[in-house]
Every structure is written in C-alpha cells, then in structure tokens.
Design a protein around this ligand. Structure first.
Ligand code: AMP
Length: 478
C-alpha cells in the first residue's frame, strides 16, 4: 500500500515525500482511511510505530477543507509530557510544511509563557498541548476550543496514569460534541476504555499489534546480577559494546539517575541525566546534546524519557526494573526507532524475579536470560514465565536457555551465540537480517578500556563535551 492510495490531499503527499516516507506503517494504513471517513478511533500503538502521522495526517487533511480565514483551533492534540508534545508539534509542522498558511502551536508546562501567549494571540490550526498548561490558558480565556473538529488523545493511558483525568474532562467539555476523537494508547482496556466510553462516539478499535507482537525489531535480554557492584560491572560492559551508538539507561529514581550519570562520567562515558527535577531549559539542553550525538549515555527516569525519539539510541538498558510492567514497553521502545533495530537489556537481581514475571506476563513472552562470559551471576532465577500454547513468546521461549544452566552466554571469546534471542513475533518493519546493532563482538569487561567504542568517536569521550567532563553534574544539565 502506498500513501497515494490512502486518500490524502496533495500537499500532505508532497510533505511525506519530502520527509522520505515511501510506505505507510501498519498503524498508518489501518487508521488513516478510517479517520478520513470520520470515525472515532481507539488505536493501540506504541511510539515508534508511526502513530503520530496516523492521527496528524487525517487531522490536517480535514483542516485543508476550510479556507484559512474561516478557521480557529481545528485540531487539538493532548499529550502527557512536554517532550512528547514538542515532538508531536514538530511532526505536525513537517507534515503541514507544504500546506498554505497552516499554523501549529505547542503549549506545554515548564516553558515560558511568552512564546505561548504570542502563538495563541494569532490564529492556530493545530494546537498540541499538555493538559495542565492548556487548562491555565483556557481559564485565562487565551484560547477557545469551540472550533475543534478533531481531538487527539495521544498516549491516553499515560495521561491517565499521570492523573490528568480531571483536566482532560474539562478540556473535552469545551470542545464541540460533534467533533471526531482519535485516541492512541498502549492499552485500550481498563481506565482507558472507561475514558473512551465517556467521550467517544461509536469508536472503531484498531489494535495494530498486541503487546505480544510489539517491539519485534528490538532484541531483548535479561541479565541477572548478584549485587549492586556486579550490576555496575554488567552495565559498564554493555556500554563498552562497540556496536553501541547511544544508550538510554533507566533508573527508578531521580536521585538514582543523577548518581549513575555521575558514576558513568567518572568511568569516562559521555553521560548525562534526565529527570523531572531538572528545569525545562536543562532538559531541553540535555535532549539536544543527545539528538546531536554529543551525549552517548542518557540516564533517565520513566516520565522524563517518555516520548524520546532519537534514532541513534541503539541500546535501552533497565538498570533498575520499572515500577509498572507497562513502563517496560515504553522504556525499550526508546530504541529501535524509525525502522532501526535495537537492543534492550534488563538487569535484575534474583530477588526481583516476581517483577520480571509481571513484565513477561504483560508483554506475553519471556525475556531471554543471557550471561556475559566472565560476568556470570552466581545465581540465576528459574524461568519465570512459560509462553502459553499458541500465545506470545513461543519463538523466544523455545530459544531460551534453561535457567539452571545459567542462561545463554553472549558471544565473547568462544561463545557460539552471537546475539541475544530475537523476540517472539515478527511484525511490521521486521527484517531477519541487517541488524544495525547486535550483541556480538562484545569485549570482556576487565582490562579492556582501549576497546571502548567511544574512543573512536570524537564526541563520546571526556574533553569533547562542552569542554567539561561528560556526565558531570554540570554536563548533565544541573
Ligand atoms: P512515532 O511512532 O509517530 O513516534 O514515529 C516514529 C518514527 O517513525 C518517527 O521518527 C517518524 O518520523 C518515523 N515515521 C513515521 N511514519 C513513517 C513512515 N511511513 N516511513 C518512515 N518513517 C516513518
């Protein structure tokens, strides 16, 4: 299927061509025609699947039906975080780049009011907002939503998790009841279904891929650690992988992110922290360093990392396990962006196997246990999850080593296996070969500093990071 067959207007097709998009992703080919027909949609899709274009293209297409002078805010997109809202705003600008006089504004919390007031004082066609800041502007009567024809709730599950339900309800109540509503979420059940039943009109449900099939281009592995020191050595080893381009490392707490970024900086990595206690300027600076490839390791908390879309992130590493099983999918989704392949490593202690089990049930497949030669744990948990017959996880499960053998070794010297197991399901954009990152050619950790991948990368080592030691508090935007 090509974009031409989806029924989009010429300026959108030419913007897609300019962006280099040749074929729609599966969320785009299943959602765009239905959205263009005017249906309300509930779509289960991950970031990385191309969901932004899936809602933005039909929404802009509808705007084009009216001449600019007759328009007010036509499309409203609500997103849970500043970062995601800003990315959605950028995507909207690029998709609208060939449309005459189509204006996009982004209003998000933690940013100065000045630019937002200015943007809202002019005509706005597409408004992308986080709920809290939009409520401020609504209460101050700086913006009206009575002309909205398309309302998008992006990452609705996350907005609900973050406690935005009251704001969302007040905002939705200010939009016309005959609007079209497009809801995108990792899950479509529970509280999301309740929200949808309140504010959607006979929605069509589109499940592009269940949890089980998501992240097919991301190879997942679980590494058991005996203790904190062992975990740190495993992390150093992973970060020394010469195939590593950029990594995002997740910690459970903001303090943990700062401490780990500092520790990694001491080890010589161009590392920085990203978390909710940093002000927006610091966060923007850190993200921009990441985008430019000047930061090689980003240590982040869940909320701060939400929506990060950086093609260079080859590795996602769970240094601490996520609090919620669904955060696991959001975390590993930071790698494998835009059709690239990614590697996702989860470090856990044997005592945490119940948390691992919860994650495995959520994703519907076991996370293959792996070991690194020379860094094997003394204890490995027994397999925590058995794939259901005919259910998810068959492939990975079958190839999984039995836990009692201590897991499958990564390739090191003499290792037969050269990369972690593939996930269970092939899916959209899945290719068996041509991985851009793999776990092979890993070097033993000890005594091999010279082989650090970053040594060959002018920006990845100390002294190349704004003249400061990478990852030091100042470099980490503190
Ligand atoms: P999203 O899931 O919307 O965050 O998109 C993930 C990434 O895929 C973004 O970098 C998009 O620019 C890119 N993308 C979206 N649609 C396509 C497409 N049809 N072809 C190639 N890349 C795409």
């Amino acid at each position: 299927m090509s974009f031409e067959t989806l029924g989009l207007a010429a300026p959108l097709l030419s913007a897609l061509q300019k962006a280099g998009f040749t074929d729609p992703t599966s969320v785009q080919s299943s959602s765009i025609p239905k959205a263009l027909e005017g249906h309300d949609l509930m779509v289960s899709a991950q970031t990385g699947s191309g969901k932004t274009a899936a809602f933005m293209l039909p929404a802009i297409n509808k705007i084009l039906a009216n001449p600019p002078q007759q328009r007010g805010v036509s499309v409203l997109v609500l997103a849970p975080t500043r970062e995601l809202a800003m990315q959605v705003g950028d995507a909207a600008k690029s998709y609208a780049s060939q449309c005459r006089d189509l204006r996009v504004a982004v209003v998000v919390g933690g940013m100065p009011y000045g630019a937002q007031l200015k943007a809202l004082s002019r005509r706005v066609d597409v408004l992308v907002a986080t709920p809290g800041r939009l409520m401020d502007h609504l209460q101050a009567k700086r913006v009206k939503l009575n002309t909205v024809h398309t309302l998008v709730l992006d990452e609705a599950d996350r907005m609900l998790d973050m406690g935005f339900i009251d704001d969302i309800e007040s905002i939705v109540a200010r939009t016309p009841s005959d609007r079209q509503t497009l809801l995108f979420s990792a899950t479509l059940d529970g509280t999301v279904a309740k929200l949808a039943s309140k504010m959607m009109n006979n929605p069509l449900s589109i499940e592009v891929s269940g949890h089980r099939e998501k992240h097919a281009n991301i190879t997942q592995a679980l590494l058991y650690a005996d203790n904190a020191e062992h975990k740190m050595r495993l992390l150093s080893h992973l970060l020394n992988d010469e195939k590593l381009d950029q990594a995002i490392v997740f910690t459970a707490t903001k303090r943990g992110a700062d401490d780990l970024a500092e520790h990694l900086a001491d080890e010589g990595f161009a590392a920085g922290a990203l978390h909710g206690d940093m002000n927006q300027r610091q966060r923007t600076r850190t993200l921009s360093l990441l985008q430019k490839g000047r930061l090689r390791v980003l240590v982040a908390t869940d909320v701060a990392a939400r929506g990060i879309d950086v093609r260079g992130i080859s590795h996602a590493i769970n240094f601490d396990l996520p609090m919620q099983a669904e955060d696991y999918t959001h975390r590993i989704g930071r790698t494998g962006r835009a059709g690239n392949d990614g590697l996702a490593f989860t470090l856990a202690n044997v005592a945490e196997r119940h948390k691992v089990r919860r994650i495995e049930h959520f994703i519907g497949q076991p996370i293959p246990v792996e070991t690194i030669p020379g860094l094997e744990p003394t204890r490995v948990a027994r397999p925590t999850y058995k794939a259901r017959k005919g259910g998810g996880g068959g492939g990975a499960g079958r190839r999984r080593p039995n836990g009692s053998a201590g897991g499958k070794p990564f390739a090191g010297e003499g290792g037969r296996d050269t990369r972690p197991s593939r996930p269970a399901h092939a899916g959209e954009g899945q290719g068996g070969a041509g991985r851009s990152a793999s776990a092979d050619s890993r070097k033993p950790h000890r005594g091999d500093r010279s082989g650090k991948p970053s040594s060959a990368r002018p920006t990845g080592r100390p002294g190349n990071f704004s003249g400061k030691r990478p990852g030091s508090r100042s470099a980490a935007a503190h």
